[in-house]
Design a protein around this ligand. Structure first.
Ligand SMILES: Cc1cc2nc3c(=O)[nH]c(=O)nc-3n(C[C@H](O)[C@H](O)[C@H](O)COP(=O)(O)OP(=O)(O)OC[C@H]3O[C@@H](n4cnc5c(N)ncnc54)[C@H](O)[C@@H]3O)c2cc1C
Length: 323
């Protein structure tokens, strides 16, 4: 056991961490003021999109992808609708990313509403289309259905899905993680046990639910280390431009919205332009504080709009390259 910042860390975890960027957080000085971005390496980025439901949304998505493409994300991911409702649209969007862009796509896949055979078939189609990265999730029930019940012939939870995918092909697998604990978890500790099991089953990275206090993520990293979880935990950054919508969604997914955010957006309900400027500053401050503490990968929930993500990534040091 070793001591770092007052935490007791096992030798194994410490040895693994000397190879990872988060060693900086554990063993280096911790900053409360932000160093100049130029002094830090450019971050590794990933961007999340949802598959468009209408022609109008399709027209919004592709310019968004084209705008973000030059920032050279490691991968871009495409979500899978609640209840597996967007299977075909997710597949079509991912296939078009493969065919028409220089980007590496990651397809989200869930366990909801399908047998194992059906989920396996979707995964095989992805493999055949050249997709090698899956974000494996349990999924939530479709709108109007309360409580998650596994399909009788399906994968019960993300851990089982990770195992199933590994039997189909040597996919790169990312999974979800919850800095503020998944709402269905029996305890914060039990939630981390589930995360560890998904990693032991073959996932190589966790992407977090969004959160609004950098401290929330950094403490989560401390708890992951204490559990022996050493794969990269990538913070999910949600630039908030529609505050009321985020308040509603956060109540469902267990992310807390700090009072100071309500104060920042107060009175801006009819002023979309100022809201967007505030949103950029809030998310950039959060991400820069994480970056100053050694975090060098960020996953952006773009909501299929490029501008906030582009601006924040730029502030973190990302610069466009020729596509
Ligand atoms: C990065 C990211 C991307 C996402 N993308 C999508 C998407 O594209 N489509 C979509 O529908 N949803 C998506 N979600 C939401 C996700 O499906 C939900 O949060 C879902 O409720 C849990 O999924 P999971 O994969 O984390 O589940 P799991 O890891 O299986 O479970 C999550 C937690 O629930 C608890 N739990 C699960 N099973 C049990 C059990 N048997 N007993 C006790 N406790 C249990 C544990 O605390 C566990 O950590 C995403 C979430 C994240 C973080």
């Amino acid at each position: 056991m070793q001591k770092a910042h007052g935490l007791t860390i096992s030798e194994d975890v410490m040895n693994n961490l000397t190879r990872g960027p988060l060693a900086r957080w554990l063993t280096g000085p911790r900053f409360s003021a932000l160093p100049a971005p130029a002094a830090l390496p450019a971050p590794r980025l990933s961007f999340e999109f949802f598959p468009p439901k209408t022609d109008k949304l399709e027209e919004q998505l592709w310019p968004c992808i084209r705008r973000l493409e030059p920032l050279g994300p490691r991968f871009v991911s495409v979500t899978y609708g609640a209840g597996g409702s967007t299977q075909e649209r997710t597949h079509a969007t991912v296939a078009r990313l493969v065919a028409e862009t220089s980007l590496t796509p990651a397809a989200h896949l869930t366990c909801v509403g399908a047998t194992r055979d059906e989920v396996d078939e979707v995964a095989r189609r992805y493999w055949a289309a050249g997709v090698r990265h899956i974000v494996a999730l349990r999924g939530d029930p479709p709108a109007g259905v309360s409580g998650y019940v596994p399909h009788s012939g399906g994968y019960a939870q993300a851990e089982d899905l990770v195992r199933g995918l590994k039997r189909i092909g040597d996919f790169e697998i990312s999974v979800g993680a919850y800095p503020e604990t998944h709402p269905a978890a029996l305890s914060a500790d039990a939630d981390l046990d589930f995360l560890k099991r998904k990693i032991d089953a073959g996932a190589i990275r966790a992407i977090t639910q969004y959160f609004f206090e950098a401290e929330t993520f950094l403490r989560f990293i401390d708890r992951c280390h204490a559990k022996g979880i050493t794969v990269p935990i990538v913070p999910g950054i949600l630039p908030v431009s529609n505050f009321q919508q985020v308040v509603k969604f956060s109540a469902m997914c267990g992310a807390s919205v700090p009072a100071w955010m309500g104060q920042l957006f107060e009175g801006l309900e009819e002023d979309a332009e100022t809201r967007r400027m505030v949103a950029a500053v809030v998310a950039a401050e959060q991400a820069r504080l994480l970056q100053a503490n050694g975090v060098d990968e960020f996953h952006f929930y773009t909501l299929n709009r490029p501008d906030l993500t582009y601006a924040i990534a730029h502030m973190l040091g990302a610069r466009p390259r020729q596509v």
